[in-house]
Design a protein around this ligand. Structure first.
Ligand code: NAP
Length: 284
């Protein structure tokens, strides 16, 4: 059994940590407001951006998972969550001479700026066009350049119980399809985020980088139309293409081949599997 710290223990971290705890691992969940953690996860109140709050980390840790996310969609918040917080934690772990087996970091497919629907994998260029991708990439490099064995998992858009905004928009007739070339999106169900992290933790020598997305990069309008059919509502309206100075529009198909080749079997291989389960469970 391992001693595990989940730093930034939120939506994914809590599901992941609860699973580990149920297997008998000792799991600490670090966040500023740890009261929302599930039973089995030991709460650790700390602010990753305030180094003095990280002085009393549990000793004898085996694994650390960094799953914090930004408070707001601006550069300062992204830098705080993905760079400063990570740097502070790595510094505290080093100062405490923690003999870690590995540190994992949940990054994002937002590090890719590809915009023509091309396939991308772990070897593809990362030239983020937005501050968000840039800061997450900075965090990746910080971790991979540290003295700890480390692995980055670049996640696609996460959905699952309680994260059903797309379903709600379709149900309420608010979803629209841009009238233009196909726009690919990449997803992963929360339980596969947790499952993939659990799987990587079991590998003796995981690689330093994996993409964490399901098997099916899906055209956005296809997802919306399929959801509309499941919900028995009108299909999404077509909207005119974006104006002449659009925000950068990411459009790429992310491959999970490396994660699958490492032995991970997805519980929800495509969006239909995941959304059908949510609809059947009545959580959406
Ligand atoms: N959501 C997506 O679609 C998506 C896509 C790609 C990648 N990811 C990445 O996947 C990971 C998991 O995402 P998620 O949706 O589970 O995130 P989440 O629910 O927002 O959880 C992140 C947790 O981090 C904690 N946190 C933030 N700042 C902190 C700080 N300064 N000190 C301590 N704790 C802090 C927050 O708790 P407190 O507020 O209590 O501190 C929050 O519960 C994140 O790294 C995210 O960037 C997410």
């Amino acid at each position: 059994m391992a001693n595990v710290l989940i730093a930034g223990c939120g939506y994914v971290g809590t599901a992941f940590g609860a699973g580990l705890a149920s297997e008998g691992h000792v799991v600490w969940g670090l966040r500023r407001r740890p009261d929302a953690l599930l039973p089995g996860i030991r709460p650790l109140a700390a602010d990753l951006t305030v180094p003095r709050t990280l002085q009393a980390l549990p000793r004898g840790l085996d694994f650390v998972f960094y799953t914090a996310s930004a408070d707001a969609s601006d550069d300062d918040s992204y830098r705080a969550a993905y760079v400063d917080g990570l740097r502070n934690l790595l510094h505290a772990l080093g100062h405490q001479r923690q003999d870690l087996r590995r540190v994992f970091f949940t990054s994002s497919t937002g590090v890719y700026a590809q915009s023509t629907g091309t396939w991308v994998d772990e070897t593809s260029p990362t030239e983020p066009a937005e501050f968000s991708g840039f800061r997450v990439l900075e965090g990746e490099r910080l971790l991979l350049g540290s003295s700890f064995p480390s692995t980055v998992l670049r996640l696609g858009g996460i959905y699952g119980p309680g994260r059903t905004r797309l379903i709600e928009r379709v149900r309420r007739g608010l979803a629209t399809c841009p009238d233009g070339p196909p726009l690919y999106t990449n997803r992963i169900h929360r339980d596969d985020c947790a499952g993939a992290l659990r799987h990587l933790m079991t590998l003796a020598e995981p690689a330093s980088l994996y993409l964490g997305v399901d098997h099916e990069p899906a055209e956005q309008c296809e997802v919306l139309r399929w959801l509309a059919r499941q919900l028995g509502v009108s299909p999404p309206r077509l909207e005119p293409p974006l104006g002449s100075t659009p925000r950068h529009q990411s459009n790429k198909r992310c491959s999970n081949a490396k994660l699958v080749a490492s032995g991970y079997a997805f519980r929800y291989p495509g969006f239909r599997d995941g959304y059908l389960a949510l609809l059947a469970e009545g959580v959406a």
